[in-house]
Design a protein around this ligand. Sequence first.
Ligand code: GRF
Length: 200
Amino acid sequence: CRVVVLISGSGSNLQALIDQADPGLCQIVAVVSNRPAVLGLDRARRAGIDARVLDHTGFANRDSFDRALIELIDSYRPDLLILAGFMRILTPAFVAHYHGRLLNIHPSLLPKYKGLNTHRRALEAGDGEHGATVHFVTEELDGGPLILQSAVPIAADDTPETLATRVQQREHLLYPRVMNWFAAGRLALQNGRACLDGDL
Ligand code: GRF
């Protein structure tokens, strides 16, 4: 399974994907960042993976950026495209182009807390638990079919930062597992649902 990963920042999830990819199944063939000089690009290079920058600030609008992004990604002929801290909203045309082979990880127990600042919002709501979710990407932001979720407890003295760290540790377990399922042909988007091993 040829995998392309999109990032915008530190790439700790990218590192987990690199470290835990099943070598017999997955090959991460490129990492693309919309921001230059981020740590995630160094992580890719260190692993011998093509590290490419497509700076969105050089484009007149979202459509032209997404068209160029598709062209760059497709030059690597990916079977799977993984969003790992990619902080850009993608156009419907982009999402449609990768239908069924586009994954995202979101730092909340979806459908709770779509969008930004999820840790602060979970704390402000007085929730007892928080977590992370891997899902297929559809047109609705953070609203695609859920694949796998993991919950962590919220402690009384948590800050958004301490909570983020705890959630990220779970992200680093969830995402590689889902990538390897997909690469093994065990996971598919069928009739708007995420199906594991054909039918679950
Ligand atoms: C993660 O918390 C992920 O859930 C969110 O962006 C963050 C990316 O972190 N979508 P990193 O770049 O993988 O370290």
